[in-house]
Design a protein around this ligand. Structure first.
Ligand SMILES: C[S@@+](CC[C@H](N)C(=O)[O-])C[C@H]1O[C@@H](n2cnc3c(N)ncnc32)[C@H](O)[C@@H]1O
Length: 396
């Protein structure tokens, strides 16, 4: 089987040919193989895992989209009050280098929750990422959030690195695992809290459906799931309900009503605009007043107040017709209201004004998937990945 297809079958990743070719050439070089045929003959078992290591993006940082961690702590605290006899189970999948589950552990400790009160697991398909997670040593790349008080509380500086304190490390168990190879029957309803963030963005529509089906099985009926901001609509279309927790991108199963968190009136995705490294290009640089109004528009949209969000965006565009962010928010409002045509128009305008608008690229990829245009979806995803890589190299 061709490497791209094999990777797709195994991991679900819908990769562009160029990325796969780069990885294959890299592995052929490392093994000293001259022909592709020789490489294909070896491509199974350990070598397939090596190739997977070359194509995954195990990029993460501490307290990425920090509202999610406040929401996890609040949820766990309430669960413990309701059912003190049962330790809530939390799974971060994919956990990359451990940044996400360790952030959960720190948030719980900082909320006064005893270390043994719940069980936190981290899983990822990448063996290298799991090894990094277990080592729990991080460079400044892992600390991109605005507030770094947690670093002083829970890490010890050692040269250029920060080493996580043993009490937090002991709270998380890691294992290497492929979402599509988990024993779902044995683990049905096992987790009260699931964090599956920034994975579906790499999947096509069919794989997204499979992934959400698996996650649905793993999640307890009254459990809570945290998604990446651009992934919320994919869940909302597949039996999940977005919760009114601004900036947390939290959902619950549609049939569930006992989680004790108010569901939204409709199923709008919630999102924030505080992406990790804001590096708006050329025309898209915002003035301070524009920034404030844009944040307000995002807040209004996030709270489900679409007319107010639309008015704010119109005011932004009246003052600055080249405000890419306003078109992005208008696109999200249109999508939430079920008007995909208008969403498409607004996100295209956003990209025209700011070709490296990461959120618009991800949203357009999901929209293309939805309309069955896999080629276009892959192309938007590849562009988003390039923007992401550029931002990471600027941040490093
Ligand atoms: C961008 S990271 C997301 C990490 C973290 N959840 C976050 O949002 O910061 C994506 C991770 O997905 C993992 N991954 C890709 N396919 C997977 C699969 N089928 N099962 C489990 N993990 C997978 C990759 O190894 C990578 O570490």
């Amino acid at each position: 089987m061709m490497p791209r297809k094999l990777l797709y079958r195994t991991t679900g990743l819908d990769l562009d040919s160029a990325s796969v070719e780069r990885a294959v050439r890299g592995r052929m070089g490392a093994l000293g193989l001259k022909t592709r045929r020789d490489y294909l003959a070896r491509l199974s078992g350990a070598e397939l895992q090596e190739l997977i290591e070359h194509v995954v993006v195990p990029e993460s940082w501490m307290f990425r989209d920090s509202e999610a961690f406040n929401a996890v702590a609040a949820f766990v605290r309430r669960r413990l009050a309701e059912r003190p006899e049962r330790a809530p189970r939390i799974l971060s999948l994919p956990c990359a280098g451990g940044e996400e589950p360790y952030s959960v552990a720190m948030a719980l400790r900082d909320a006064g929750i005893a270390p043994g009160a719940c069980r936190i697991e981290g899983m990822d398909i990448s063996a290298a990422a799991i090894a990094r997670a277990r080592a729990a040593r991080y460079t400044r790349n892992a600390f991109r959030s605005q507030h770094l008080g947690f670093r002083d509380r829970h890490f010890k500086a050692e040269g250029q690195e920060y080493v996580l304190n043993p009490d937090i490390r002991a709270m998380v168990q890691f294992s290497q695992a492929n979402l599509f190879e988990l024993d779902l029957a044995a683990n049905a309803g096992r987790y009260d809290v699931l964090l599956c963030r920034n994975l579906l963005i790499y999947f096509d529509d069919a794989t997204t459906t499979r992934a959400i089906g698996a996650l649905r099985t793993l999640l307890a009926d009254d459990g809570i799931l945290f998604a990446g901001y651009a992934e919320v609509p994919a869940y909302a279309r597949r039996g999940f309900m977005s919760l009114a927790l601004p900036g947390a991108f939290a959902l619950q199963k549609q049939a569930a009503s006992a989680a004790g968190v108010a569901p939204r009136r409709s199923t709008p995705p919630s999102w924030r605009h505080d992406r990790p490294v804001q590096r708006p290009s050329g025309r898209a640089l915002q003035r301070p007043g524009t920034d404030k109004l844009l944040s307000l528009a995002q807040f209004q949209a996030n709270s489900g107040d679409f007319p107010a969000a639309t008015r704010s965006c119109q005011a932004l565009l009246a003052a600055d017709p080249a405000c890419a962010g306003a078109y992005f928010v208008l696109g999200m409002v249109s999508e939430c209201q079920g008007d995909s045509e208008a969403a498409l128009r607004n996100w295209r305008r956003c990209l025209y004004l700011q070709p490296d608008h990461y959120e618009a690229l991800c949203s357009l990829a999901l929209l293309a998937e939805q309309s069955g245009d896999g080629v276009r979806a892959r192309s938007f995803r590849a562009r988003a990945a390039r923007v992401f890589d550029d931002r990471m190299s600027v941040a490093a």
